[in-house]
Design a protein around this ligand. Structure first.
Ligand code: ZN
Ligand code: ZN
Length: 312
C-alpha cells in the first residue's frame, strides 16, 4: 500500500473506530448491547466489581452492558499455562515445542454465554457488540505489556519508570512504546463477502485506535477452508499450515517503512514486536500458521504475541 493510500486508509479507519468508541462511551439509549435491558451505568459504577482483573475497564463496559451481563463475563484471570494463557494446565503446548509465537493471552474462557455473545455479533449483526468485545481485549493486553515491560524494560529516558507504567497504562504513548504493529488473522474473501466484516480485524482496529499502535494487514487467507469441525486433529493441522500467506508489501513497509525509520537506534536493534489478534484460540494451530508464515517472510527479527478474545 502506498503511503498516501495508507494515510487515507488510516484516516477512514480512525473515523470509523472513533465513532464506535464514542458510542461505547456515551450513556446507553438503547439498553444493554447483549440483552436489551436497561443500563444504569451510574449505579453500576458504584457497585464493587466481581473481577479485579477487569476492574479498570468495567466502568467502560458498564455503559454498554447491564449489570447481569457484565457479571457473566468469565474473565481468564488465573493463568496456568504460561504459553497459551489457559486457566488449566494443558497438553497442546507441551506437544508443540517449536511454536513461532511467543505466548497467547485471552480475555475470557469460551463458555456458553460467550459463545452466545460472539454468535450475536458474527451472525446476527449486533453491531453495538463490536466495541464491547474489542474493549474486553484491553485487560489481557495491559497485563501482557506489563509483563514484557518488566522482563525487557525500554532503556530510554523517562520510559522505564515502572510506577508510571503500572498506574498510567491507559496513556497511549506508554503502551505503544512496546508494540511496533497490530495485525489480525484474516478470513477468506468469500467469508468476508458473506459476513461483511472480519471480527478479528475489527478488534485489532479498535486496539490500534485506542492505543495508537499502527495496524498492518500482514496476512492473507488463501482458501475458503471446509468446515474444520468434521476433520481429525492431524487433518486440521495439515490444512491450516498452508492457509495463510504474507502480504509482502505490508511486511516490507513495517520493516523498512516510515514508521521503522522513526525508531531510535536502540529500538531498531531489538526485534519488532507484533500483536496478532484473533477471536478464538482453540488448539493454537491457526495463529501458529500465521506466525510461521510471518517469520518465514521476515527480513528482521519478529516477535509475535497473540491476543485472543476467548480461550476454548
Ligand atoms: Zn444485559
Ligand atoms: Zn498451553
Amino acid at each position: 500500500m502506498r503511503l498516501i493510500q495508507r494515510i487515507q486508509h488510516l484516516l477512514a479507519q480512525t473515523q470509523a473506530v472513533g465513532s464506535r468508541s464514542i458510542t461505547l462511551m456515551a450513556p446507553s439509549l438503547s439498553g444493554c448491547a447483549v440483552c436489551g435491558k436497561a443500563v444504569n451505568a451510574k449505579a453500576a459504577a458504584s457497585r464493587p466489581g466481581t473481577s479485579s482483573y477487569a476492574g479498570e475497564i468495567l466502568h467502560t463496559l458498564r455503559h454498554s452492558l447491564c449489570a447481569a451481563c457484565c457479571d457473566a463475563i468469565p474473565w481468564l484471570e488465573r493463568i496456568k499455562c504460561p504459553i497459551c494463557g489457559r486457566g488449566i494446565s494443558c497438553e497442546d503446548c507441551t506437544r508443540r515445542p517449536d511454536r513461532h509465537f511467543v505466548v497467547n493471552r485471552s480475555a475470557v474462557s469460551y463458555d456458553s454465554v460467550m459463545r452466545g455473545w460472539l454468535a450475536l455479533y458474527k451472525y446476527r449483526g449486533y453491531e453495538r457488540l463490536a466495541p464491547v468485545l474489542a474493549e474486553m481485549l484491553v485487560p489481557p493486553l495491559l497485563r501482557l505489556t506489563k509483563d514484557i515491560s518488566e522482563s525487557e524494560p525500554i532503556q530510554q529516558q523517562g520510559k522505564s519508570r515502572l510506577r508510571r507504567l503500572i498506574y498510567g497504562f491507559f496513556n497511549k504513548q506508554q503502551l505503544s512504546d512496546y508494540w511496533d504493529a497490530i495485525t489480525y488473522v484474516p478470513i477468506s474473501a468469500q467469508r468476508a463477502e458473506d459476513r461483511g466484516f472480519n471480527q478479528a480485524k475489527e478488534m485489532a482496529a479498535h486496539l490500534s485506535e485506542r492505543f495508537g499502535v499502527p495496524l498492518f494487514h500482514l496476512l492473507v487467507r488463501e482458501l475458503h477452508s471446509e468446515k474444520m469441525s468434521f476433520k481429525s486433529r492431524a487433518e486440521r493441522l495439515r490444512d491450516v499450515r498452508n492457509l495463510f500467506r504474507v502480504d509482502e508489501a505490508e511486511l516490507r513497509e513495517l520493516e523498512e517503512g516510515p514508521l521503522a525509520k522513526q525508531l531510535s537506534p536502540y529500538e531498531r536493534r531489538r526485534a519488532l514486536r507484533i500483536l496478532l489478534v484473533d477471536d478464538i484460540y482453540t488448539t493454537g494451530s491457526t495463529v501458529e500458521a500465521c506466525s510461521s508464515a510471518l517469520l518465514r517472510s521476515a527480513n528482521y527479527d519478529l516477535r509475535i504475541y497473540v491476543l485472543t478474545w476467548s480461550r476454548s
